[in-house]
Design a protein around this ligand. Sequence first.
Ligand code: 5GP
Ligand code: ZN
Length: 117
Amino acid sequence: MANAVDPDCLFCKIVAGKLPSDHAYEDDEILAFKDIHPQAPFHWLVIPKVHVATLNDFDPEHAGLIGRLLLAAKQLAADHGLPGYRVAMNVNREGGQVVFHAHLHVLGGRPLKGALG
Ligand code: 5GP
Ligand code: ZN
């Protein structure tokens, strides 16, 4: 079960307003902001405000939240007029995850190919 906040977590600090970030989208449950090291002309992160470390830590009770994270990604892409985009989630170190507060990457603004290109 996830804790609401992890005081040592970078993204919890962003949610709490203790670290600067460029907020694009925010509601009661979700925050979206620009990735600090963009891998595409458009690269935003969509996160739950509640601290959940990885996709593996989501429970069935989070199903609605997971759906709303994806809908927020869709809204972000629409708001920025992206004709196509990618939504990705890294899971665990072996899956490329560096920040252990679950997040969706929303990438676009350049042609994307295959799973990684
Ligand atoms: P992960 O590899 O965990 O899926 O992705 C973490 C992402 O968070 C990386 O793309 C990294 O650039 C981004 N990131 C790390 N620290 C910060 C920060 O302090 N602010 C913002 N806006 N993004 C960050
Ligand atoms: Zn956190």
